[in-house]
Design a protein around this ligand. Structure first.
Ligand code: NAP
Length: 235
């Protein structure tokens, strides 16, 4: 039996991933910072709920104790994420970007990933086939965003892509440090969720595909990669 924890799983891509992995037979923990939203989502799916705010040490430590008491963890999906948007869902310009905005985004998207990963490492190391999926973004790619011919080149904000580039490096470094684990970064694609004010062009079913696939990767599968549904992406 595979036990899987998904952060930020009360809605969006995390919820859809939880639905699919529950169907596939995983014991799934819906990690959610809000107990009511988390419990409701877990009930709907027949999954478990664990309160988990990725920006809060005490909350993450308590989640480790809960999951440990129930028997441990095999798969960790670092999915919780935020994107700062301006008025009318506008993408903030570089000129308007402040250190506070970057700090806010990093608190969830970067420090949150490290906080959760660090806290759950002892449980993952006890698993026979430990897997970590870090939900990154196509906007993390230095190659893509610096290419004037790329469709993503127009994206002007600083905080969100910078945070996801950091997630990619975190993935590379942890994958080297823990060769027995499969640790990959994935790009779901531009998906219709609250994160982007519902402007995404894909369904959550399409977006969750690569997350679900990499959550089920076997011990001989790739590690230290950055992939979308079609394969490896340029860093
Ligand atoms: N949608 C896209 O086009 C797209 C593309 C590439 C990558 N991604 C990535 O996919 C992941 C999921 O995003 P989504 O599109 O599904 O967005 P979403 O629908 O807004 O879901 C984000 C989830 O993260 C949770 N969250 C935010 N801050 C948290 C915190 N401090 N602690 C715990 N949970 C927290 C939210 O909980 P609340 O309900 O409490 O706010 C929510 O459950 C993110 O990492 C995002 O960057 C999305």
């Amino acid at each position: 039996m595979t036990t899987t924890l998904i952060t930020g799983a009360n809605k969006g891509l995390g919820f859809e991933t939880a639905r699919r992995l529950t169907e596939a037979g995983h014991t799934v923990y819906i990690g959610a910072r809000d107990a009511e939203r988390g419990r409701r989502a877990a009930e709907e799916l027949g999954a478990r709920f664990v309160q988990l705010d990725v920006t809060d040490d005490a909350s993450v430590q308590a989640a480790v104790k809960t999951v440990e008491a129930d028997g441990g963890l095999d798969v960790l999906i670092n999915n919780a994420g935020i994107e700062v948007r301006g008025e009318n869902n506008g993408i903030p310009a570089a000129a308007d970007t402040t250190a506070d905005e970057i700090r806010t985004v990093f608190e969830t998207n970067v420090f949150g990933v490290v906080r959760v990963l660090h806290a759950f490492l002892p449980l993952l190391q006890q698993s026979g086939a430990p897997v970590v999926v870090n939900v990154s973004s196509g906007l993390a790619s230095l190659t893509t965003l610096s290419d004037p011919d790329s469709p993503a080149h127009f994206y002007q904000a600083v905080s969100y892509p910078t945070s996801k580039t950091a997630v990619n490096m975190i993935t590379v470094q942890y994958a080297k440090a823990f060769p027995r684990m499969r640790i990959n970064a994935v790009e779901p694609g531009f998906t219709n969720t609250d994160l982007n004010g519902r402007t995404g062009t894909q369904t959550v079913a399409e977006g969750a595909e690569i997350i679900v696939r990499m959550a089920q990767v076997g011990p001989d599968g790739p590690t230290g990669g950055y992939l979308d549904v079609n394969g490896p992406l340029p860093w």
